[in-house]
Design a protein around this ligand. Sequence first.
Ligand code: SAH
Length: 352
Amino acid sequence: MTEKIDIASMLEEELADYLVSIGEKKFRASQIFSWLSKGTPISEMTNLSKDLRVKLEALTLDTLPKVELKLTSKIDGTVKYLFRLHDGEYIESVFMRYKHGNTICISSQVGCRMGCKFCASTIGGKVRDLLPGEMLGQVIAAEKDMGERISNIVMMGIGEPLDNYDNVIKFLKLVNAEGGLNIGYRHISLSTSGVVPNILRLAEEELPITLSISLHAAKDEVRDAIMPINRKWNISALLSACREYYQKTSRRISFEYTLISGKNDSVAEARALGELLKSSFRGSGAPLHVNLIRVNEVEETGFKEGSERDVQAFADTLSAMGIVATVRRRLGSDVNASCGQLRRKESKKSEE
Ligand code: SAH
């Protein structure tokens, strides 16, 4: 049997070429592309002939993630999805309602190989990369399930997007495509643990997305201990890549800083972080923005969150240095909304 084709990862023009290659009319591409972006199964694509539907079903792979579990927060309405993929793997996505529109946090890989010590997604390592259509499919499946439009995307779920570079770039083009979801690049954020060469590649792509950097420490000793990637590309290499990214793209970079009690959350560390960012971006004109996140306590990591006073003191120290510091509101705390925890539970079940 020949391998089934993943049409959900094709741009409209690629779909047109594919259709021609199987003896079909090119104009069908826009119809199919539009159906796919609504999550419609081929059998329900009513403006295609029955014969074409049967033919396409036989030739193509259905990569749309299927809702395995859906948890809705009673506190803030945040929805956590556990999706099952076509090969039986699981990933998570989180749907959040903000004043500026519905936002989805999507996964980029099944598992992760970065090894950050505080993170649940990396505990079992990386299983595989997600296909472009599987990243897009999380947005489509959530829109379909919720019956609401999603206007913003954050790539902060399971996986390291810059460790799945080509598929992520393709996904960005797919989600931005006019005949599809047509979500503007400015409404998309990509978060990375700091894969330096790919930050530099991304700067050349001319995709005006927002880059978020998971910094989490101001000193190499501290970052080395919690993020193994720092031993490959240290803080200075990372921040010089960020400076170059800003100079090329003029796009604001946001720095993520997860506060872990007793590890990286002292006022002295806030000061060191402020100094580090100011000196790294001096003269560049880059606005400096730090997003402070209370660590989500994950059973296996043993890391604890600090007190409200510690968090506030950290934020105030940065603000006093002229750096915009926001403490991220915690959404969906009753539905395991921090990514990796649900998938972890699901795979533990199957180990038992
Ligand atoms: N691999 C990418 C994107 C996925 S992680 C990255 O590292 O940026 C998304 C964000 O959640 C990162 O900032 C990550 O450091 C953070 N994170 C992971 N586990 C966490 C936890 N237990 N508590 C708080 N933040 C966490």
